[in-house]
Design a protein around this ligand. Structure first.
Ligand code: COA
Length: 285
């Protein structure tokens, strides 16, 4: 029974993966409020405040969704997914997350819905927070809202008592992979191979919520892009395309590699190049 409760298939690992420092931003560059020896609770309080300050600058209003918002959320969903995928996304999910989780909405100055994020906590020893849906209106993309809502929901989940963060991201969605990996510090611990309507191959993210995993794992795009030119060389890292499922399966499931970054320059309609690191020690070169 205990084993079932701790199934790595569900909530993944408790160990902290630190991405290679030579690919990452110094944490205080991204979070100027970060101080040496800062208490974790203080960090997450300041992280939340920084996102709220940014929303004020952007003149966007934040509120928790209510059941009467569902119709508008459904329109946002339909505007961002093709019909077959949108048809698989149920308004009932919205209803459940509104009642039993946290659904945050952003509205622009005219009151129009600009973005949403869904998150819920689970009754499990790891106190996981599961990020379920993140959508930004097409004309509001690239303003940093996807990153902002992801960080905000992470800070709120921490304050509510969550201690691990979990998400599924489609291998066919390099832009979302980019936000999760490079901007929010996630890493992917497992591969979900499945071909069902509305659920294709995904990467599984599972990580403890700590200052190290949130602030210390943010990718410097120039450095990850440079690896495209030079190759992984003697770093011990691997570069694998999102569509190379057999290689991802081999490295992630059989050799203990984790996906830690994406080369931003490589993102195209056909996918992107992922950067993987081993969890076992790499022989010195
Ligand atoms: C995936 C999605 C949520 C990303 O939202 P977004 O608001 O565009 O994401 P962000 O702006 O935070 O991050 C990505 C972009 O912001 C840029 N950016 C934002 N803030 C930045 C900063 N402070 N420094 C550098 N770059 C920044 C990134 O470089 C990137 O820019 P690009 O568009 O030029 O590549 C959005 O594209 C979307 O809704 N897609 C459809 C639905 C979907 O697929 N959802 C995900 C399901 S898991």
């Amino acid at each position: 029974m205990t084993e079932l409760l701790h199934s790595p298939q569900i909530y993944g690992e408790r160990s902290i993966v630190r991405k290679p420092a030579f690919l990452c931003h110094p944490p205080e560059r991204v979070f100027p409020f970060l101080e040496t020896g800062m208490a974790e609770a203080e960090f997450f309080r300041k992280l939340r405040q920084a996102q709220l300050d940014r929303l004020r600058e952007l003149r966007l209003a934040l509120h928790r969704a209510a059941v009467h918002d569902i119709e508008e959320i459904e329109s946002l969903v339909r505007s961002r997914y093709d019909r077959a995928t949108a048809d698989e996304i149920s308004p009932f999910d919205s209803y459940r997350y509104i009642l039993f989780g946290q659904v945050l909405l952003l509205r622009d100055a005219t009151g129009r819905l600009a973005a949403c994020v869904y998150e819920a906590g689970y009754d499990h020893p790891d106190r996981p927070s599961y990020l379920f849906r993140l959508i930004v209106r097409a004309d509001m993309e690239s303003l940093g809202l996807g990153t902002l809502l992801n960080r905000l929901s992470l800070a709120l989940a921490y304050e509510r008592g969550a201690r691990s963060r979990n998400a599924l991201v489609s291998l066919d969605n390099p832009r979302s992979l980019y936000v999760h990996l490079n901007k929010v510090g996630s890493y992917f611990t497992d591969l979900l191979e499945v071909q069902l309507p509305g659920l294709a191959n995904h990467l599984v993210s599972s990580r403890p919520i700590t200052i190290e995993t949130v602030a210390g794992n943010l990718i410097d795009d120039q450095k990850s892009d440079a690896m495209l030119e030079t190759g992984a060389g003697t770093t011990g890292l691997k570069l694998v395309h999102t569509q190379d499922i057999s290689m991802l399966r081999e490295l992630m499931r059989h050799q203990g590699y984790r996906v830690v970054a994406v080369a931003r320059k490589s993102i195209s309609v056909d996918g992107a190049m992922l950067i993987l690191m081993p969890t076992h020690p790499v022989p010195a070169c």
